[in-house]
Ligand binder design. Structure first.
Ligand code: ADP
Ligand code: MG
Length: 300
C-alpha cells in the first residue's frame, strides 16, 4: 500500500488546471477506475488540509445521491457546505460547554418551576435567549436559603445560554476569588480579569461563602468594577445584600459593589424551603402527591 505524503495535500496535488482537467475527465467517466480512486484519496487529503471533516465524511454518499437523483452541482455543493457549517456550530457549542464547567444534569427541563412560584418560567426562558441583557452586560442575582435551587437554576440558565451561542463560566465564588488573589500576588490581576472577558456570563456561585481573609484583598470588587456595563455576572447568595459586608473589605466597598451590581440587574428571590428536604418529606409521606408543591418560607 502506498502511504500518501501527509504534510500537505497541496504538494501532493497537481497544478490546478491539470487537476481540474483530470476531475472533469473523471466526471465524464473517461478515466480508468484506478485514477478515480487516486482522486478520491487526494480529495480526502485536501479536505483534511482545509479542515472540512463533515464534507470529507459526507461527500461520497452525497455524490452518489446527487448522481442518482440528478442534483444540479450547486445543490450538491450547498448541501455539503451547510452540513459543514452545522457541524462547526455543534463542535463550537461542545467546546463552550466543556469550558463552562457547569455542574452535570442541571437543566431547565429538569428544573421544577412549580417549586419556586415566585420565579416566572417565562422570565427565565427570556433570560435563556441571552440577547439583550448579555449585550448590555446586565446581571442576575439569585437570593434564597440553601437547597432552594439557586445553583441548579444558575447552571441551567448557563447551559441554555451556551446552547444559544454564548460563552459562560460557572465557578464557586471562593475558587474564583482564590485564583484572582494568586494573580494579584503575581501582579497579574488586571490580565486575569481581562481573560474572563471572553465569557459573556460569569456565574459566581455562593457569594456569601467568601471567607474573611479572602474579602480583605478587594479582588471581587475589582472584578465587579471591570465587568460593569460590559460583561454580565450571575451571582447566587444565601445572604441578602445587608449581610454582604463580610465579602468586601469595608462598608464603602460593599455599597459600591452592590450599587454597580444592581444598576442593571434581574433579582430573583428564591425564598423557598430546601427542595431536597421537601422531596424527602414527601417520600416519607408516601406516594400519591406531586413532589413539588412549594411552600414559601416567608408564609405564615
Ligand atoms: P441552592 O444552590 O439554592 O443551595 P441547589 O440548586 O443546589 O440549591 O439545589 C439542591 C438540590 O435540589 C439540587 O440537587 C437541585 O438539583 C435540586 N433542586 C432544587 N430546586 C429544584 C427545583 N426547583 N427543581 C428540580 N430540582 C431542584
Ligand atoms: Mg448552591
Amino acid at each position: 500500500m502506498t502511504v500518501p505524503k501527509a504534510h500537505s495535500a497541496a504538494t501532493a496535488a497537481q497544478p490546478i488546471e491539470a487537476a481540474a482537467e483530470g476531475q472533469a475527465e473523471a466526471l465524464n467517466g473517461l478515466r480508468p477506475a484506478r485514477d478515480a480512486t487516486l482522486d478520491t484519496a487526494r480529495l480526502n487529503l485536501i479536505l483534511n488540509d482545509l479542515r472540512l471533516p463533515a464534507i470529507k465524511t459526507l461527500w461520497p454518499d452525497f455524490a452518489s445521491r446527487a448522481d442518482k437523483e440528478g442534483w444540479p452541482a450547486a445543490r450538491f455543493l450547498a448541501a455539503l457546505a451547510e452540513h459543514e457549517i452545522a457541524e462547526r456550530a455543534r463542535r463550537r457549542i461542545a467546546r463552550h460547554l466543556d469550558e463552562a464547567h457547569l455542574p452535570l444534569g442541571k437543566t431547565l427541563e429538569s428544573f421544577d418551576f412549580d417549586a419556586v412560584p415566585m420565579v416566572s418560567k417565562a422570565q427565565i426562558m427570556a433570560l435563556a435567549a441571552g440577547d439583550t441583557w448579555l449585550e448590555q452586560g446586565a446581571n442576575v442575582i439569585m437570593f434564597g436559603p440553601p437547597g432552594g435551587g439557586k445553583s441548579h437554576l444558575a447552571a441551567a440558565l448557563g447551559m441554555a445560554l451556551v446552547e444559544n451561542g454564548w460563552r459562560v463560566l460557572f465557578t464557586r465564588t471562593t475558587d474564583l476569588v482564590q485564583k484572582l488573589q494568586i494573580a494579584r500576588r503575581n501582579l497579574d490581576l488586571e490580565a486575569a480579569i481581562a481573560k474572563l472577558d471572553k465569557y459573556h456570563l460569569l456565574i459566581c456561585d455562593d457569594l456569601a461563602y467568601v471567607t474573611k481573609d479572602q474579602a480583605e484583598t478587594s479582588v471581587l470588587f475589582e472584578l465587579i468594577g471591570a465587568r460593569y456595563e460590559r460583561r454580565s455576572l450571575l451571582i447566587t447568595a444565601n445572604q441578602p445584600f445587608g449581610e454582604w459586608n463580610k465579602v468586601f473589605p469595608d462598608q464603602a466597598m460593599t455599597l459600591a459593589a452592590v450599587d454597580r451590581l444592581v444598576h442593571h440587574a434581574t433579582i430573583l428571590e428564591m425564598n423557598v424551603e430546601s427542595y431536597r428536604r421537601r422531596e424527602a418529606l414527601e417520600r416519607k409521606r408516601g406516594p400519591g402527591r406531586p413532589a413539588s408543591r412549594a411552600t414559601a418560607k416567608s408564609s405564615p
